[in-house]
Write a protein that binds this ligand. Structure first.
Ligand SMILES: Cc1cc2nc3c(=O)[nH]c(=O)nc-3n(C[C@H](O)[C@H](O)[C@H](O)COP(=O)(O)OP(=O)(O)OC[C@H]3O[C@@H](n4cnc5c(N)ncnc54)[C@H](O)[C@@H]3O)c2cc1C
Ligand SMILES: NC(=O)c1ccc[n+]([C@@H]2O[C@H](COP(=O)([O-])OP(=O)(O)OC[C@H]3O[C@@H](n4cnc5c(N)ncnc54)[C@H](OP(=O)(O)O)[C@@H]3O)[C@@H](O)[C@H]2O)c1
Length: 269
């Protein structure tokens, strides 16, 4: 059966202008959410291999020159969900994101078969009891996946989701955040930061400065503690760099498998 499948796939690829690389599988867009002009979510049906909350895969489209344009995107959904969900921003001059933004339900999309990434629960030392998830823009995605995984709430005493965006409209997935607040109660702390306009329920500024001033701890009512706190930092590479520096100045260290520390990070570009 498997041999027939591979032979059929081989012939199918020969007939196509852009043969499908081994690492990609075909998927279908089944729905989309338009949050703002530039921010959107795609719901995709594809038989990707199982992933761990916090991981990412590739999304890809064929190019006019016979190749493939592919980039990394984090899953927003929980690992057991049948439908994959991705949160994206259109980078106006970008090579792939404007093309992904043009996709509509029913359109084909290509997905990396093998998910990857180390921003997962098993990479966090057992000693940490408070998980701080620091994100900018679309990087809230992997944290929503982590929060949707029941193991996360079993594992930590306190969960702090920090989301920094430019405009209030970029504070996406408010319905899920409200559901988490209802489900997790005082275990869950949401810290919205809006840098470009004053919003009554959000902080103003940037993550590194708000962290070093103690404002994130004050707003969330969760103390920073060298033994209890673990930080996942994700998104804008300059935010990641500056936040790591602030944490190091506060005595925290980068986490390595061979030498445990208190923070890990993932750059989006
Ligand atoms: C591990 C990983 C996970 C990622 N997950 C996501 C995700 O879930 N959602 C998502 O939208 N992007 C994600 N990205 C970024 C994504 O892979 C692409 O870089 C992005 O979509 C731009 O691709 P492009 O071809 O349109 O632009 P390119 O031509 O590749 O232009 C890249 C430029 O776009 C800007 N940029 C790239 N990504 C972002 C972003 N997310 N927010 C703001 N500005 C950005 C930067 O200025 C960067 O230099 C992830 C990247 C990595 C490495
Ligand atoms: N909307 C705009 O004004 C604007 C302008 C230029 C480009 N763009 C493009 O729009 C796309 C999406 O942008 P985005 O708003 O989702 O992502 P983003 O540019 O990464 O901004 C998201 C959040 O991260 C903050 N941030 C940026 N640099 C930081 C740093 N060095 N340290 C700490 N925090 C930092 C921003 O604060 P700050 O607001 O203080 O930077 C903002 O609150 C990008 O491709 C970007 O090039 C948008």
């Amino acid at each position: 059966m498997l041999i027939i499948f591979h032979i059929l796939n081989f012939w199918r690829n020969l007939m196509l202008d852009n043969p499908l690389p081994h690492s990609l599988i075909e998927g279908t867009v089944i729905d989309r959410i338009d949050w703002t002009e530039q921010l959107f979510s795609l719901k995709v049906k594809a038989k990707m291999h199982p992933f761990k909350a916090g991981q990412f895969t590739k999304l890809a489209l064929p190019t006019a020159t016979g190749g493939w344009s592919r980039r990394a995107y984090s899953m927003v959904n929980a690992p057991n969900d049948e439908i994959l969900e991705f949160l994206l921003v259109t980078v106006p001059e970008g090579g792939l994101s404007p093309r992904l933004d043009a996709l509509q339900p029913g359109d084909l999309i290509y997905v990396g078969e093998e998910p990857t990434g180390f921003m997962t629960l098993e990479e966090i030392p057992e000693t940490a009891s408070d998980l701080w998830m620091l994100s900018t823009g679309t990087a809230i995605g992997p944290f929503l996946s982590l929060l949707a995984d029941p193991s996360t709430k079993k594992r930590f005493e306190r969960l702090v989701l920090v989301h920094a965006v430019r405009h209030e409209a970029d504070l996406v997935y408010q319905d899920r955040i409200k559901a988490l607040q209802a489900d997790l109660g005082p275990q869950f702390h949401y810290v919205p930061i809006v840098s470009g306009e004053a919003v009554p329920y959000a902080l103003t500024g940037r993550i590194p400065a708000l962290l070093s001033a103690g404002t994130l701890a004050q707003f969330s009512s969760v103390e920073l503690d060298l033994l209890k706190s673990f930080f996942l930092i994700c998104g804008n590479p300059e935010m990641v760099r500056d936040t790591r520096e602030v944490l190091q100045n506060m005595g925290y260290q980068k986490h390595l498998r061979r030498k445990h520390g208190q923070f890990s990070s993932e750059n989006y570009w």
